[in-house]
Each structure stands twice: as structure tokens, then as C-alpha cells.
Design a protein around this ligand. Structure first.
Ligand code: SF4
Length: 456
């Protein structure tokens, strides 16, 4: 069969904010860039517009990428698209974690990163030799120019017009093995690095001035690859960037020289996984956090003294947590000087050690869909609280953390760290993170009214 076009779909989730999408389909942009130039390719983002499914036909190949909480929406879309006689490939995080579950209903599944198998799938479809299952078993080397974004993809996505914050990836993987995290299975245990020159070329070609790094644990490279980080920061310092943010762990505070270079490279904020203030939870935290409040305070102070903000990430519902953990965290956030804060409920994602243990203990709550696996719903029976107590404690904390007065307090305190002439340029950055979390919390609580509408 001669292929007519390839369509890659991001299922609906966050919607738009003031006309623009929140979650850029960065992975799909890279997969679209692997499509040979003589085959037309389109990216359809359901958060941006109703999908023109009626225009699809048997010569089109559709790929849908879905993480766990989007897999049910992906299935609704796939069933609708298949009625057009169109073949649908399901890839992404969820199918990588539990391939057999998705294989029960998908035409084709793509397990793993897909950089090797996606081009093969396109060839096989074109030749009429498509298989049911493709497994990308080896981690793709990021140092060989893999999936460089094509100009036609950038033109079509039109990221400056359609999305708030461009995404970028510089490193991938995490050698930690926190019991609740899927990174080791989705991104691999070995840290992989993109060449600095390639990163700079991509930033310049995309003409992006701000970005959010999708890297699992960028900050860990301060220890693992200090020379690479120095080279990267010196290169980024020369670019006309307005700011960028990344995910990290606390040890970045132990590298003051790299922190200084990071600031010169226009880094705005670290999202740091403190995870818990309850020291009894440290076994679950992969050795990166120990529930030591004084250490956390010192990390925040050190990073901020280098001119970089700190967003604290906390998870609730570990086996030693009670309401006291929530109250302690609230007091800590008030007094620690954090710039913004993210509070999430522990979520036993498929194929994690945590889920295995909870399943063995019969503590996973029954569920017909995966839509509650959004880190804001309680999906298992906690050890020292009831399900209702955990849910109510989480709601109590979020109402306090994301109240307008707390957001204003944290944001104004951030602004006060900057000289007056720079304040106007910092306004958006100072408020946006907390407001984003407030919106996400409200959205998650309203999601039951919103879920699984028919495909348009
Ligand atoms: S450090 Fe972060 S990315 Fe790494 S395994 Fe733990 S939670 Fe996942």
C-alpha cells in the first residue's frame, strides 16, 4: 500500500489557557522528524482543536502517544479512527509499561522509545508488512544526532503561536530507582547526553527564548558529568535567552561553581524533588531525599543566593504519612522561602516497585479507567490513614498552598530578590508556576465532569 500521510496525535488533557496550549507535543515533534521527507506528516493536538478524523482513510497511518492517564482517551480516539479504515499505532509511556494490556485493543503497539522502530513501522506499513508489535529494546544514543527536528515540523507546530512554554531535552535517564517512579523503565538508568552543539543549534533554529527541560533529573549531572555541564552552561550563556527551568535533586547545592555558571546561562528555576519531610519515608526516595528539613532549608538558601529560584516538589501518601506530614509541609513551605510548590499524591503507576508491593498487599483500589492516575487522586489504600483521610488532607493542603494570598506572598518575595529594573521581566515567571499548579489542582478536581467525551 502506498502511504498517503502520517498523522501523530496528542490526546486531549490540559486544554488551552488564553488560547494557547500548555503541553507541547515535543516527543511527537521528534517522531514526526523521523518520517521521510517524501511522506507528508501532521501533528494533531486535541488540546488545540477538534480532530478532523473524518478526513482520514486507509492509506493513512496514525500514531497516538499516551501516558497512563491519557490511555483511555487514546483508546476512544483509536476506535473512532479505525472506523475510517485507518491503521492506528499506540506508543508512549503506558504501552511501554504494560504492553500486553494495550495490545488487547490496539492495531499495533510500539513499546519503548521508538527511535528505531518508528521508521520501521512506517516502512512496513508502506510495504504492506505491518506487524502487531514493535519493541525498541536498546536505548537510543543521544550523541549521534537522533531525531533532529525537521524545519517542516517546526513550521507546522508553530510553537510560538500555539504554546506557552517550549519544551527541550538535553539529557535523558536517571540512575536512581525511586520505588514510585517510571523513569528507569521509560528513560533508562544510564544518563544520556545530547551534544552541546546540537542543543545550541536547536535553540537557535527554533528561536526560543525560554524553555522547560523535559529531562528526568537534569541536576544529577552536576555530579555525574560536571565537565559536560560546564561546557553546556558556557554555551548557553552566549545565547539571548530570557530564562529556563529544569528538574533536579538537592545535590546541586553542593556545586556552587556550577550554580554560578547555571545562572550565567540564564537558568531561572530548579524544580527540586524534596519529596517528603517525613524521614521515615527515605527508603522509598531512592537515596536522594531523607526528610531532613534543615538540609532542605540550606539547599533552598544556597540555590537562591546564586540567583536561581526553587520550586519544591512534594509527594504525599507514603506508608509513614499521616495528617501531621501535611501540616509539617505547610509550615515548612511558609517558612522556607520556596518560590513555588508542587504537592502530589503518591500514584502507583504500572510496572513500578511500589505498585507491585501494593498489589501483593491487596491495597490497589479497583478502577475501570486510568484517568485517576494523575497524581491528584487517591488510587490505593494508605497504611496509616483511610482513603478519605488522605484525600481530605491533600485537599486541605492544596487549598492552603494555592490560595491567592499564599501565591501572591511567594511571588512577591521572588520579585523582591531582583533589582527593580528587572522586576517587569520577572513578573510572568514569578507568578506562572504557582498559578499553573493552582489551575492543575482545580482541573483535576473537576475532571470527573469532563472525562471521556466522545471523539470529535
Ligand atoms: S530521582 Fe526523580 S527521575 Fe530519578 S528515579 Fe527518583 S523520582 Fe524518578
Amino acid at each position: 500500500m502506498a502511504i498517503r500521510k502520517v498523522v501523530l496525535i496528542q490526546p486531549r488533557r490540559d486544554g488551552r489557557m488564553m488560547g494557547k496550549g500548555i503541553s507541547q507535543p515535543y516527543t511527537l515533534m521528534r517522531l514526526a522528524s523521523l518520517v521521510p521527507l517524501d511522506i507528508p506528516v501532521e501533528i494533531w493536538d486535541e488540546d488545540l482543536r477538534a480532530l478532523p478524523i473524518d478526513t482520514l482513510g486507509p492509506q493513512d497511518l496514525v500514531g497516538i502517544s499516551a501516558k497512563t492517564l491519557l490511555i483511555d482517551r487514546a483508546r476512544v480516539l483509536a476506535e473512532r479512527i479505525k472506523k475510517q479504515g485507518t491503521t492506528v499505532v499506540i506508543g508512549g509511556t503506558h504501552v511501554t509499561l504494560v504492553p500486553d494490556e494495550v495490545a488487547e485493543w490496539a492495531d499495533v503497539i510500539a513499546v519503548g522509545e521508538g527511535y528505531r522502530t518508528w521508521p520501521q513501522i512506517i516502512r512496513d506499513f508502506d510495504n504492506g508488512t505491518l506487524q502487531k508489535r514493535y519493541v525498541d529494546e536498546a536505548w537510543a544514543p543521544l550523541d549521534s544526532g537522533i531525531a533532529v527536528l525537521q524545519d517542516r515540523v517546526l513550521e507546522q507546530v508553530d510553537e510560538h503561536r500555539n504554546y506557552w512554554t517550549p519544551y527541550l531535552e538535553i539529557t535523558r535517564g536517571c540512575p536512581r530507582n525511586c520505588t514510585f517512579c517510571t523513569a528507569i523503565r521509560v528513560s533508562g538508568q544510564k544518563m544520556r547526553l545530547r551534544p552541546v552543539g546540537e542543543v545550541v543549534e536547536e535553540i537557535e533554529r527554533r528561536q526560543i527564548k525560554r524553555f522547560f527541560l523535559t529531562d528526568d533529573n537534569f541536576g544529577l549531572n552536576f555530579r555525574l558529568h560536571p565537565e559536560y555541564m560546564e561546557e553546556l552552561f558556557r554555551a548557553l550563556a552566549k545565547l539571548p535567552l530570557r530564562g529556563w527551568t529544569c528538574q533536579s535533586e538537592q545535590m546541586v547545592a553542593d556545586f556552587p561553581d556550577l550554580l554560578a555558571l547555571a545562572r550565567e546561562a540564564h537558568m531561572d528555576k530548579f524544580f527540586i524533588g524534596f519529596e517528603s519531610l517525613n524521614p521515615d519515608n527515605r527508603r522509598e526516595l531512592g537515596g536522594k531525599a531523607k526528610g531532613n528539613a534543615e538540609r532542605y532549608r540550606s539547599v533552598i538558601k544556597t540555590v537562591q543566593e546564586h540567583g536561581i529560584g526553587v520550586v519544591g516538589l512534594f509527594v504525599f501518601g507514603f506508608d509513614h504519612d499521616t495528617f501531621a506530614t501535611f501540616d509539617q509541609t505547610y509550615q515548612f513551605v511558609r517558612s522556607s522561602g520556596l518560590d513555588s510548590v508542587s504537592a502530589t499524591v503518591l500514584t502507583p503507576f504500572p510496572a513500578t516497585e511500589q505498585r507491585t508491593q501494593l498489589l501483593a498487599a491487596g491495597r490497589i483500589l479497583p478502577h475501570d479507567t486510568w484517568e485517576d492516575y494523575d497524581t491528584a487522586h487517591v488510587t490505593y489504600v494508605p497504611a496509616l490513614m483511610t482513603v478519605d483521610e488522605l484525600r481530605d488532607s491533600y485537599d486541605w493542603l492544596c487549598r492552603k498552598l494555592y490560595s491567592p494570598s499564599m501565591i501572591a506572598h511567594r511571588s512577591l518575595r521572588q520579585l523582591a530578590r531582583h533589582p527593580l529594573p528587572k522586576v517587569p521581566k520577572r513578573l510572568v515567571s514569578a507568578f506562572s508556576t504557582d498559578l499553573g499548579y493552582r489551575r492543575a489542582y482545580n482541573f483535576r478536581n473537576n475532571y470527573a465532569n469532563n472525562a471521556l467525551q466522545p471523539a470529535s
